[in-house]
Design a protein around this ligand. Structure first.
Ligand SMILES: Cc1cc2nc3c(=O)[nH]c(=O)nc-3n(C[C@H](O)[C@H](O)[C@H](O)COP(=O)(O)OP(=O)(O)OC[C@H]3O[C@@H](n4cnc5c(N)ncnc54)[C@H](O)[C@@H]3O)c2cc1C
Ligand SMILES: *[C@@H]1O[C@H](CO)[C@@H](O)[C@H](O)[C@H]1NC(C)=O
Ligand SMILES: *[C@@H]1O[C@H](CO)[C@@H](O)[C@H](O)[C@H]1NC(C)=O
Ligand SMILES: *[C@@H]1O[C@H](CO)[C@@H](O)[C@H](O)[C@H]1NC(C)=O
Ligand SMILES: *[C@@H]1O[C@H](CO)[C@@H](O)[C@H](O)[C@H]1NC(C)=O
Length: 580
């Protein structure tokens, strides 16, 4: 049966498109091909406190590894990605943030009209319902600009129900270092310290694209979702259209060991995520000539931007022991205590299992944590993006560092929390790394993983910023409010003192925050772009990319809220262009 639209990847963005298409047009047929399975209601995926359990499970997680990273001690970095209906929205840690409005404005300034903050805010709103009670607002010291938040969209965004006792002293400590409290960090200005928001509904369950977008539409006869269906390539008509563009005719996919075709009369919508979208484009003949030739794939459109411009957020840990009067997440290894938390969760949807225990975030521009602007010498970024980031680094409103409180011991290789002790971690993440990597196929086998090279720390700037970040965390620990809370630094530890020692520590510990973007960037073609501002792949008439890979430059925010907004905006663009 031919479909009007075929969506490749029923993940975070893909299910938004599928849902909006069938809602907007009762007479169109939509097919979604998703490699993973339908796990929407499995308890480990629903209950927020179990979220960490799902990582690394081959059934739910693609579990990619980067190539050995030369400047990070040759380590390969583990890159989880959701493999399920709902994609990464099924396994992520549910934080819902938005970047500074000027960062979105850069999307437009780089050549994509309509993609600035003002052009996106309606789509952020369309994607969510955010309706905190007055009681919650006063308890968490927040107040929201109503015009920026959604009240009837599918994703349920809520405030945390459980707060660590360290949060009070931590907040005071940050404030004493000049970091201001921000009572509305998702209305276009994210600078400062703020509460977290999560994609968790009022019943304490994960709100994913599967539960929020797909399920309300699952009964519709014109929506076909095929799980366990692995797309292998996009198929094109023999002849091009009158403007010389390739015309996509469908998608080839593998299910139960057999190849099938889903034909698309109108469009193919590629939503396979930052890692697999460029892989599928290259397997289909769209990419850089020499990469395709080396793999024996016939070139159909020469588009060297495919797979380049990979950016991510990277973090280094800071862990201390705390006074044991402050409980940390390690207490959940006590079976009696875990049973008590389970009961609280079952009865009231509160307690430690109602969230991820990570409830306080700060986004700091340079003046909050650096006394001078580090030099930006060499960078692997494309020159237009490099220029933007350089300007942002010198500005007072674009955050370069995320500082998050975690009331426990963050996963650090070789570090085991000791029973009976309490811990606290300060999560320190670069929001605008100056490294730009790539994801490319290394063979024509669609089942082979692509080569993922972050070029992590290939420049001095990122190291300099993280050195300042570690020093900032140390200073935080000596503030009046925290000096009696943080009793003993464990990581990096007292033996790591000079800048060179701190850099060595960073090279050995730096890791991904799981926010890869940029490998099918929405940029002008001559700037290395892969899609135009209608999200159409250059050189094609009816193939769009809609997922995190189109984000051209990174944001000082966790990305899922932006992915939802992008998909909502894409659905509106497709609806506008739609003709049966
Ligand atoms: C462990 C983890 C924690 C995170 N925590 C947060 C957080 O707290 N807050 C936040 O904002 N962001 C978080 N993120 C990031 C965020 O969830 C992602 O950026 C976002 O979900 C990406 O959406 P997407 O639509 O681009 O891709 P995805 O949601 O990954 O969708 C891609 C889909 O395509 C499918 N697919 C891929 N290849 C094929 C193929 N060949 N055939 C068929 N199907 C295919 C995949 O199975 C998947 O379902 C986290 C990510 C991870 C991995
Ligand atoms: C599905 O779409 C077709 C057109 O392709 C239309 O004729 C039919 O009414 C639709 N079915 C439903 C149940 O909406
Ligand atoms: C997924 O499972 C739910 C029940 O948990 C069911 O209602 C739904 O129809 C299933 N969808 C698919 C595509 O398998
Ligand atoms: C509230 O948000 C809207 C939408 O982003 C914005 O236009 C407006 O300036 C904001 N108002 C205030 C007081 O911040
Ligand atoms: C994007 O590309 C398509 C075809 O490749 C074209 O029809 C469309 O006008 C372009 N959109 C913009 C905004 O340039």
């Amino acid at each position: 049966m031919p479909f009007h639209y075929v969506v490749v990847g029923g993940g975070t963005a893909g299910l938004v498109l599928a849902a909006r298409l069938v809602e907007n047009f009762p007479d169109v047929n939509v097919c979604v091909l998703e490699a993973g399975e339908n796990v929407t209601h499995e308890p480990d995926l629903v209950i927020p406190g179990f979220a960490f359990k799902n990582l690394g499970q081959p059934r739910l997680d693609w579990g990619f590894m980067s190539t050995p990273q030369e400047y990070a001690k040759g380590r390969s970095i583990y890159i989880p990605r959701g493999k399920a209906l709902g994609g990464t929205s099924m396994i992520n840690l549910m934080t819902m943030g938005r970047a500074h409005k000027h960062e979105y404005d850069a999307f437009a300034a780089l050549g994509s009209p309509g993609w600035d903050w003002n052009g996106l805010v309606d789509y952020f709103r369309a994607s969510e319902t955010f309706a905190p009670s007055e009681e919650e607002k006063s308890k968490l010291n927040v107040a929201f600009n109503k015009t920026a938040h959604g009240t009837s969209g599918p994703i349920q965004r809520t405030l945390p129900q459980w707060i660590s006792d360290v949060q009070g002293p931590f907040t005071q400590g940050m404030q004493s270092l000049g970091v201001a409290w921000n009572n509305d960090a998702t209305s276009g200005n994210n600078v400062g310290l703020c509460t977290s928001y999560h994609s968790i509904d009022s019943h304490g369950a994960r709100s994913s694209s599967a539960s929020a977008y797909y399920e309300p539409n699952e009964h519709k006869a014109n929506l076909t979702v095929v799980t366990g269906a692995r797309a292998t390539r996009i198929l094109f008509d023999e002849s091009k259209d009158s403007s010389g563009n390739l015309v996509a005719s469908g998608v080839e996919y593998l299910k139960d060991g057999e190849l099938h075709t889903a034909s698309a009369q109108l469009e193919v919508l590629l939503c396979a995520g930052t890692i697999q979208t460029p892989q599928i484009l290259e397997l289909s003949g769209i990419g850089e000539k020499k990469i395709l030739e080396a793999c024996g794939v016939a070139l159909k459109v020469e588009l060297p931007g495919v797979g380049n411009n990979l950016q991510d957020h990277f973090w280094s840990p800071f862990v201390t022991e705390t006074d044991t009067k402050y409980e940390s997440v390690e207490i959940m290894s006590d079976p009696a205590r875990a049973a008590r938390e389970w009961k609280i969760y079952e009865e009231s949807k509160k307690g430690m299992l109602s969230g991820t225990c990570s409830t306080l975030y700060a986004f700091l521009p340079k003046n909050n944590f650096m006394d001078s602007v580090p030099k930006t010498g060499h960078s692997s970024m494309n020159p237009s993006l490099h220029a933007v980031q350089k300007e942002w680094l010198a500005a007072d409103d674009i955050p370069f560092l995320e500082v998050a409180l975690f009331p426990g011991c963050l996963p650090v290789p070789g570090l085991k929390p000791e029973p009976g002790k309490s811990y606290c971690s300060v999560f320190l993440a670069l929001t605008h790394s100056f490294s730009s990597g790539s994801i490319h196929i290394t063979s024509s086998d669609p089942l082979a993983a692509p080569a993922i090279d972050y070029r992590l720390l290939d420049n001095e700037v990122d190291l300099d910023i993280l050195v300042h970040a570690i020093k900032f965390a140390r200073k935080l620990g000596t503030t009046t409010s925290l000096s009696s809370v943080f009793t003993q630094e464990i990581v990096p530890g007292p033996s790591v003192q000079t800048d060179e020692e701190i850099k060595e520590f960073i090279r050995s510990s730096i890791d991904t925050v799981f926010h890869p973007i940029g490998t099918a960037a929405m940029l002008p073609r001559e700037k290395g772009g892969v899609v135009n501002s209608s999200l159409k792949v250059y050189g094609t008439s009816n193939l769009r990319v809609v997922d995190a890979s189109i984000i051209p430059i990174h944001l000082s925010a966790h990305v899922q809220a932006t992915v939802y907004a992008i998909a909502e905006k894409a659905a509106a663009i497709i609806a506008h262009d739609h003709q049966l």
